[in-house]
Design a protein around this ligand. Structure first.
Ligand SMILES: [Zn+2]
Length: 74
């Protein structure tokens, strides 16, 4: 049984964070259901989208970046 919760999406003009994986400018910042947060560049945000979306309660996306985790076709 798989239940996928879509995080709340917030769009901002720019993010000050850096990718937790590679240090590039972050395009996505996540608040996790268990507390804490993560930040990812566009490459890593989309690479891990299917794993991140279910555990995030809120996703802050830089304006213009289309995160794979925010579009969940029914
Ligand atoms: Zn990265």
């Amino acid at each position: 049984m798989t239940t996928v919760l879509s995080p709340e999406i917030v769009v901002v003009d720019s993010l000050a964070e850096r990718c937790d994986r590679c240090g590039a400018a972050a395009k996505l910042e996540l608040a996790l259901a268990g507390g804490g947060g993560l930040a990812f560049c566009g490459h890593h945000a989309n690479k891990f989208a299917d794993r991140l979306a279910p555990v995030a309660v809120k996703a802050t996306v830089e304006n213009g970046f289309a995160w794979a985790g925010q579009s969940q076709p029914a």
